[in-house]
Design a protein around this ligand. Structure first.
Ligand code: ZN
Ligand code: ZN
Length: 297
């Protein structure tokens, strides 16, 4: 059976890769009771309060340990506990949550086959971005649109406060013609760095203009004080995402265009009744362009 959380192929009741419940979340988390009633690692025994001696027994602290599997949870203040030890380091719960500090409520959910808040958020965002890529592109601030639209054209996103930057020197073009080849790998949303820390930073970049970036179902339009840039989506031959910017390479233009500051605009992603507000990062923008192209063809 395929794990609906991480995609790992499995047998049995719980995922061997991430520890989530495999039967489609049918096991209900009890409404009341302490998280100590079921060890989140082996899911068989209750945890017991024990005193762990440290520094030759001179100091001690209270921990919660499982007499069955040896997992140990250390209080980290408030309602938070850190999974500080597991006898079996190959246990999927240890591999996913080892040394993480979570609330008792989260540990209780994990003990019953659920996932932590942060992991749920990450999974929801990945899922929502996948849906956007497939063509369910949300509208963003379209009431602020000032671009004159052509017949059959509609505004999709209006992103204010964007700065257009270009490299001073012309680089050799890459990825020539033949339409856009945009690939968005799983997990990339959480790994992209900021524009300032980009690897080829020895390249001299100059600011061209500030203005509004508008995405329609046909093109992207940058409207600045000095310059207007019109890019039909089909002319985009490459995109590179940053946490706060998007780099565009287009057919017939040698210089890469960097649109920075897009992340000050936020959008709300909803999955299964849960909503997450996320900054409009380069990856989100790429997914929107991809989704529009997928829907138009
Ligand atoms: Zn899994
Ligand atoms: Zn246990």
């Amino acid at each position: 059976m395929r794990c609906s959380v991480c995609g790992f192929e499995n047998e049995g009741r719980y995922c061997n890769n991430c520890g989530a419940l495999l039967t489609g979340g049918t096991e209900a988390v009890p409404a009341t009771g302490s998280w100590l009633e079921r060890c989140p690692v082996c899911r068989t025994r209750p945890l017991e309060e024990t005193v762990s001696r440290r520094f030759l027994g001179l100091t001690s602290r209270q921990v919660y340990a499982c007499p069955g599997c040896g997992a140990t949870f250390t209080p980290e203040g408030g309602e938070a506990f850190r999974l500080s030890k597991a006898a079996d380091q190959s246990n999927p719960i240890w591999k996913t949550y080892g040394n993480q500090t979570l609330t008792g409520g989260e540990w209780r959910r994990i003990a019953h086959g659920g996932v932590s808040d942060a992991r749920q958020r990450a999974l929801d965002i990945e899922y929502a971005l996948g849906e956007i890529q497939k063509g369910s592109v949300p509208e963003l601030r379209v009431e602020a649109n000032a671009v004159l639209l052509k017949r059959g054209e509609r505004a999709v996103a209006v992103i204010p406060g964007v700065t257009l930057k270009e490299p001073r020197s012309v680089r050799k073009t890459y990825g020539g013609g033949g339409g856009p080849s945009i690939r968005i790998a799983k997990g990339v949303y959480f790994r992209t760095g900021g524009f300032a820390s980009r690897s080829e930073s020895h390249e001299e970049i100059r600011e061209i203009d500030s203005g509004t970036l508008t995405l329609t179902n046909r093109r992207m339009v940058f409207t600045g004080a000095k310059r207007t840039v019109n890019v039909p989506l089909g002319k985009i031959v490459g995109m590179e995402p940053y946490r706060d910017a998007i780099a565009i390479n287009r057919d017939g233009k040698q210089r890469t265009e960097y649109y920075t500051g897009i992340d000050t605009t936020r959008l709300t992603l909803g999955v299964a009744g849960r909503t997450h507000v996320v900054p409009l990062s380069g990856v989100v923008f790429m997914c929107m362009v991809q989704g529009l192209l997928n829907r138009e063809e």
